[in-house]
Design a protein around this ligand. Structure first.
Ligand code: PMP
Length: 461
């Protein structure tokens, strides 16, 4: 077989891709017709494609390349570890140095008594661990009927059977008969789309109180845990009203229900603090992490667990784990990544230097005729597209049409932004410079202008 390289012709790469590669979250036939964009190299916040374009990656890959692309130190950490010990497992009473160091470092970084780490290879896997762990926890504690999990519509926790069930994406549920039994969903705190005439504060409170209603409907002694992202990422970078999390915390405390904060996106500086629960001032019993843990340089995820949960789970043999739980190469890379985030002051600079400038520049897009709302926390931001600003109206066309048009315009202007229905999203590497932020916002405005003109021309607004 002819092995292709980053310098092979785009058409050849696309043809072989189309022939054999099934892409996640992609309409295969449509992609085959169009041909995939082939990314070949990257440095800092910049991607190169096989046609020689230089693209500003305002999504940090999939919200994960927190330290930026091209860090030699991470490549070195991987190579060193591969030479020393490329693999050993952590089953059956064995361990190794990278897993030991990384678990201890995560315990140090995580808030409060979140001192114990169960490794996985992704956010989906870590959330599957959480689902099993909270059920096991209550079982060991002598309350085996506490199995029900409450989650949120339009939350995202992964695409495995357990994680996809806890997520609230109907597009995922509709393929393969999810959710599995015992998973319940309440509405999301998405004021812009669903808040109607309520103030954001009233709405935040009302949405949080749905948790109490759901607990009482199921029976308080049957609920194991509530899982949520501190702020929703894949659902559209939805920042909850200020009243939301304090009320959620009150309710989980009142009923003694475990709180799982899914920090897969919000961890490791994304919101300006090390973890989103610190930004939102909530106290989880378990945190899910992945993505920024290794800045995406290696696949790794983890559940970071409180003293109490670990104490109970340690009382039995927890029949769970993955061949690559705590993979030494992934752990070594993650540990080095955490060193860079800390010692180079990347997280601190993100909070004090990058986020304030990004906020100011990104919020300047609020005057655009297509933009109904701008939301940003740390380095996660979103724009709501609307045909009518005062009423927060949605487009008459199928939801997502305007977002897709805008996303395609961004692509054409060498800017990667993502759309969730008609919301445009950014989540750039934490190391983005002020000059690069200016470029991001200029390209976003140009793309919005072009999308606006196209929407008018097509009679969609
Ligand atoms: N949880 C959240 C909050 C996520 O954003 C994601 C991925 N976008 C996941 C879990 C799943 O992680 P993975 O794709 O690594 O399985």
């Amino acid at each position: 077989m002819n092995i292709l390289t980053p310098n092979s012709p785009t058409a050849e790469l696309q043809a072989l891709d189309a022939a054999h590669h099934m892409h996640p979250f992609t309409h295969g036939a449509a992609l085959r017709e169009k041909g995939a964009r082939i990314i070949t190299r990257a440095e800092g916040v910049w991607l190169n494609d096989s046609d020689g374009n230089r693209i500003l990656d305002a999504m940090a890959g999939l919200w994960c390349v927190n330290v930026g692309y091209g860090r030699e130190e991470l490549a070195e950490a991987a190579a060193r570890q591969m030479r020393e010990l490329p693999f050993y497992n952590t089953f059956f009473q064995t361990s190794h140095v990278p897993a030991i160091n990384l678990a201890a470092r995560l315990a140090e970084l995580a808030p409060d008594d979140l001192n114990h780490v169960f490794f996985a290879n992704s956010g989906s896997e870590a959330n599957d661990t959480n689902l099993r762990m909270v059920r096991a926890y209550w079982h060991v504690k002598g309350q085996p009927e506490r199995t029900h999990i409450i989650a949120r519509w339009n939350g995202y926790h992964g695409s495995g059977v357990g994680s996809g069930s806890m997520g609230g994406m109907k597009s995922i549920h509709s393929q393969g008969g999810l959710p599995i039994p015992g998973i319940h969903h309440i509405d999301q705190p998405h004021w812009y789309l669903e808040g109607g005439q309520m103030t954001p504060e009233e709405f935040g409170l009302a949405r949080a109180q749905q948790l109490e209603e759901k607990i009482l409907e199921i029976g308080a002694d049957k609920v194991a845990a509530f899982i949520a992202e501190p702020l929703q990422g894949a659902g559209g970078v939805i920042v909850p009203p200020a009243t939301y999390w304090p009320e959620i915390q009150r309710i989980v405390d009142k009923y003694g229900i475990l709180l799982i904060a899914d920090e897969v996106i919000t961890g490791f500086g994304r919101t300006g603090q090390w973890f989103g629960c610190q930004t939102m001032d909530v106290r989880p019993d378990i945190m899910t992490v992945a993505k920024g843990l290794s800045s995406g340089y290696q696949p790794i995820g983890a559940s970071i667990v409180s003293d109490e949960v670990a104490r109970v789970i340690d009382g039995v043999e927890f029949n769970h784990g993955y061949t690559y739980s705590g993979h030494p190469v992934a752990c070594a890379v993650a540990l080095e990544n955490l060193r860079l985030l800390d010692e180079e002051g990347i997280v601190d600079r993100a909070r004090t230097h990058v986020a304030p400038y990004l906020k100011q520049r990104f919020e300047s897009l609020a005057d655009h005729p297509l933009v109904g709302e701008v939301k940003i926390i740390g380095l996660m931001g979103s724009l709501a597209l609307t045909p009518d600003k005062p009423s927060r109206a949605s487009f008459a066309a199928e939801a997502g049409t305007a977002g897709l048009i805008t996303r395609e315009r961004c692509f054409a202007n060498n800017l990667i932004m993502r759309h969730v229905y008609d919301r445009m999203i950014i989540s750039p590497p934490l190391v983005i410079s002020h000059e690069e932020i200016d470029t991001l916002v200029e390209r976003a405005r140009l793309s919005l202008d072009e999308a606006h003109a196209e929407l008018i021309q097509r009679g969609l607004m």
